[in-house]
Write a protein that binds this ligand. Sequence first.
Ligand code: HEM
Length: 134
Amino acid sequence: MEITGPGLILALKVAVATASLLLAASAVALLAGRVRLHGRINLVFFAAVVITLVGFEVVLRLVNPGIYDWIRDDPDLRLRLRIHLCFAIPSALLMPVMLYTGYRRKRVHRVLAWIFAVLWLGTAITGIFGLPHD
Ligand code: HEM
């Protein structure tokens, strides 16, 4: 089976939606007062996102470097991708910080959590609804 740009984007959309479910479950755990469970779910969330990002992006770009050229060649799609990356890159960078602060800097974690929530929501919305997959 040949891997196409739109096929890859569709797979990434499913991955983002699945990760969002994990994040929602960790928020429910928090609301129920299960802080340790929140931490454990988010450990899985973190591992799943890192594995997906490395697997899909880095490996595929090495195997098939031109896979996103069709987006770069279209000004409208390029803008949509740029907007998506405004959320996706900061939220990816914040993830290890969230893990560290969750265990070691609880007060900082509570402040960063709001920023992370906005960035993740932006990543999911601009990725799932803003990027083309057909
Ligand atoms: C986005 C919304 C999030 C909110 C509102 C939130 C909030 C919280 C709160 C209130 C605590 C308890 C801090 C305390 O005990 O004083 C906590 C703990 C923790 N959080 Fe989050 N968090 C969020 C996202 C994340 C993310 C994305 C991660 C990891 C990638 C994460 C990892 C952790 C960890 C590891 C703990 C410590 C659990 C333990 O003590 O066993 N959190 N979080």
